[in-house]
Every structure is written in C-alpha cells, then in structure tokens.
Ligand binder design. Structure first.
Ligand SMILES: Nc1nc2c(c(=O)[nH]1)N[C@H]1C(S)=C(S)[C@@H](COP(=O)(O)OP(=O)(O)OC[C@H]3O[C@@H](n4cnc5c(N)ncnc54)[C@H](O)[C@@H]3O)O[C@H]1N2
Ligand code: MOO
Length: 427
C-alpha cells in the first residue's frame, strides 16, 4: 500500500494546466485569465447624459427659476443609441435620454423633472416644440464624460484571476467579446457495473441505481468543470474499450467508477492494466483503497484517467482527495507547490461522539458539524459521524447528511469524545 500523499504526488506529476485559448465571454466565467485584459475602449466611450431630460447650453439657463422659466426651442430628440449629432445653438435644446451622446454645443443636461414636460413614457411623451426650463444647470451638470472610468490601454483585469461576473462585465465594456483563458476542463464520467440502472428507473433483483455518474458530474460542476456523461457500461471488456476509444477526443480527463478491486468481473482493471499507461494500486486510506490512475494518449494529447472504486462513498472521497486537486491544476487554479490551492478548506472540530478507525489506513470519516454553544477557546465546531453505520464506503444515502470529512491518521485506532480532529469542508 502507498500513502495518500504518494498517490496524489503521482497524479499531480502527470497533469498540467490546460493550454490557454480564447473563449467567448459567455464561456469564461470561473476560468483563470491567461493574459491581462487591456481596455480597448474608454468607459464611457463618449460624453453622454446621466439623466432623461434636455441637453442645453448652460449659459442659456443660468437665470432659470420655477417662477421665471427659460423657454428653449426643442430641435431634436436623442434616445440612447442615436447616431445623430444635432447642434445645440443658443436658445435651443435637444431632448435627451440617459446614455445618449451629448449633442455638440450642449454642455449640461436639465432633468425632465426640472421642466414643464411630463416625465416618463406614454401620453405626453410626444416631442414638444418648446420646453420651459425651471432651474439652472452648471456646466457639466448630469454629463458623464468619456473615459471617466477607464481610458484605452489601462489594464482592467489582471492575468491569473478566476473570472467573476463583474470581471466579464469589465471586459465587455472595454471592448472585448472573448478572452484568453485556461478553459474549463471537460471531464468524462463513466460508470461500470452490470448491476447499474439509471436513477429513478425500476429495479430488477440485484440491480441498483447508478448514483456515481450523477455525483461525479455534479462534483465536476461545483469546480467549474464541464461534465461529459459517458454512461454506464456493463462488466464487458469490449464495451468498455469501445466506450473509452469513442470518448477520448471529447474530454480532457476521465473518471471511471467501479471495477478496480479483486473481483472476477473487475473490468476496468482488466481493460486498462495491460495498456501499461494506467497503474492500479492500493492506497492506505478508508474509504478509497483501490485506485487506478494513468494517462491515455489521443492525438498527441494526454488524457488523465482516474479509475475510482465503485462504492459511492469511496468515489466521493477519492474525488475530493485525488481528482479535485488534479482538476484545479488543469484549470490553472492550483499548484502542487501550494497544497492549500488544491483542496477544500481544513478546520479543527471537537469530537462530540466518537467512532472506530480502520487499522493502518488514513480514515476520511463523513461527519455532521454543529456549532458549539461554549466559548472556551476551543474549536467552534462539534463533529459526529454522519451515519450510524460508521465510515462504510457503501453508506451513500447518509453522505447527504455530512458537512465535512474528518481526517484521521492511520495510527489512530479510535476517535473519542473530546478529541480534536481536522475536518475538510466538502461540497
Ligand atoms: N477480495 C477483495 N474484495 C474487495 C476489496 C479487496 O481488496 N479484496 N476491496 C474492497 C474495497 S475497499 C472496495 S472500495 C471495493 C471496490 O470495488 P470496485 O471498484 O471493484 O467496485 P465494484 O465492485 O464495481 O463496486 C463496488 C460497490 O459499489 C457499487 N457501485 C458500483 N458502481 C456504482 C454506481 N455507479 N452507483 C452506485 N453504486 C455503485 C457496486 O454495486 C458495489 O456494491 O471492493 C471491495 N472488494
Ligand atoms: O477502500 Mo474501500 O473504498 O474501503 O471501501
């Protein structure tokens, strides 16, 4: 048996960041930006109105009051998006909407509420011949200047960040329709086992719902990875071989579940072990002992393949401990040199109810966390097993109860009430 660290190091040595490519903004959310975003456009791109109202020459309206309004001839209407440039000469005004370009000659906007005209659409929205301005407007009033926010050439989003919705808005408003990113990985998800049927379908004797495909695909989505469901295959070596061959071109990595231990029908091992590219090993952990990992080659590209054990809790733990770090490296979000970038957050918890541990294997125990009422300087969280059945790798239904995985060293034989354990917060 090898240690968790040894297996994870072997995995990380074989994966690398996906090469950067340009993707449309709609596909860039959550991706790591490969190059600085440099503004091509100013924001705003032109002087424009901040209010619905009338574009005027400020000197024309300097003396305007409600009692003695200044009357200006309305020469044009400028909705946002208008490409017209009517010139505002002394004694005239242009009706203007928020976001429309300031017309030449005008240097201020009087909001519609400071005129004799009705506000809003509908009746009364016809363009008047004359507007009575009831308040003065200083030069620049309600005008948003071109480049107020950003001018061309400015770095607006730095390379290396994980793109958030507002970064995408910044890129769009500064002139970009696509960005160079380390793209979302596509993770092929393949379950094996002749006992599997689709979730929700009726079961014949001996059959069970395929819960692994759904869980692995959803785990991928929580990481911003695109799941590519490859279905469930029977314990038939030819069918598995064909499915893998047909799938390689459309994925960047593959997770299989099941078929990796010592059974007579453990088909994943049977098909992949002879290729020599995938090594099968046992890792000193519980659950998740049997593991396969390697790199398949397709068109000059390496496609890492994780062959996880079939038991659903083993799949969950193996995903978090081995697959997630690799996917984070592929996305450019983590590196082997900074382990905290590869896994969910670790915190301490006080044990409220103990459990037994397997000899010689590090245990990943699904636990429920409760807040502690005490404030004695100890951990704020209280941990107890998520399932009365302990850490059996088939106890899939109670996995939903768990908030975290308690990590217990291989030498520990039992965790008892009052111990402090490290727990990994899991999705
Ligand atoms: N003689 C030995 N037997 C087993 C060993 C061993 O060392 N020697 N190891 C045990 C451990 S530990 C594990 S974990 C499992 C791993 O087995 P496999 O990876 O070969 O998985 P399967 O046998 O295909 O399935 C195991 C279990 O999980 C259920 N399963 C499988 N796929 C799904 C799915 N998609 N959705 C829901 N449940 C699934 C399957 O029905 C089995 O009950 O091996 C032990 N045996
Ligand atoms: O290692 Mo297996 O995953 O215990 O159940």
């Amino acid at each position: 048996m090898i240690t968790v660290e040894e297996h994870r190091a072997a995995v990380l040595a074989a994966v690398s960041r996906l090469p950067a490519r340009r993707v449309p903004l709609a596909e860039a959310l959550g991706c790591v930006l490969a190059e600085d975003v440099v503004a091509v456009l100013s924001v705003p791109p032109f002087d424009n109105s901040a209010m619905d109202g009338y574009a005027v020459r400020s000197e024309d309206v300097a003396a305007a009051t409600e009692a003695e309004p200044v009357r200006l001839r309305v020469i044009a209407d400028l909705p946002a998006g208008s490409g017209e440039r009517p010139e505002v000469l002394p004694g005239t005004a242009v009706r203007i909407m928020t976001g429309a370009p300031m017309p030449p000659g005008a240097d201020a906007v009087v909001p519609v509420e400071r005129t004799d005209q009705p506000a809003g659409p509908g009746a009364g929205s016809a363009l008047p011949d004359v507007v009575a301005i009831q308040a003065p407007a200083a030069p620049g009033a309600h005008v948003r200047r071109a480049g107020d926010d950003v001018t061309p050439g400015t770095v607006v989003v730095p390379a290396g960040i994980e793109l958030r919705p507002r970064d995408l808005s910044t890129a769009a408003s500064t002139g970009h329709g696509s960005l160079p990113v380390h793209p979302r990985a596509r993770l092929g998800v393949l379950s094996t086992g002749s006992e599997l049927v689709d979730p929700g379908a009726p079961l014949a004797h001996g059959q069970i719902p395929d819960s692994n495909t759904t869980m692995v695909a959803a785990l991928a989505e929580t990481l911003g990875v695109t799941p590519v469901p490859l279905g469930a295959v029977d314990d038939d070596p030819d069918a598995l071989r064909r499915r893998l061959q047909d799938s390689l071109a459309r994925v960047d990595a593959i997770v299989t579940t099941g078929g990796v231990s010592a059974g007579a029908y453990d088909v994943v091992k049977e098909v992949l072990a002879p290729l020599g590219e995938v090594a099968f090993t046992t890792v000193a952990m519980q659950p998740g002992k049997p593991q396969g990992f390697g790199v398949l080659h397709e068109d000059g590209r390496g496609v890492p393949i994780f062959c996880l054990p079939g038991n659903p809790v083993s799949v969950f733990v193996s995903f978090v401990v081995f697959v997630e770090p690799a996917l984070r490296v592929m996305a450019g979000r983590g590196t082997a040199e900074a382990p905290q970038t590869l896994q969910p957050v670790l915190v301490d918890a006080l044990v409220g109810e103990g459990w037994r541990c397997p000899p010689g294997r590090r245990q990943y125990m699904p636990v429920v966390l409760d807040d502690r009422p005490e404030d004695d300087g100890g951990p704020y969280l209280l941990a107890r097993p998520a399932s009365r059945g302990g850490s059996g790798s088939h106890l899939v239904a109670s996995l939903a109860e768990a908030d975290a995985l308690a990590i217990v060293d291989a030498e520990v034989q039992a965790v008892t009430e009052g111990d402090v354990v490290t727990v990994m917060m899991v999705p």
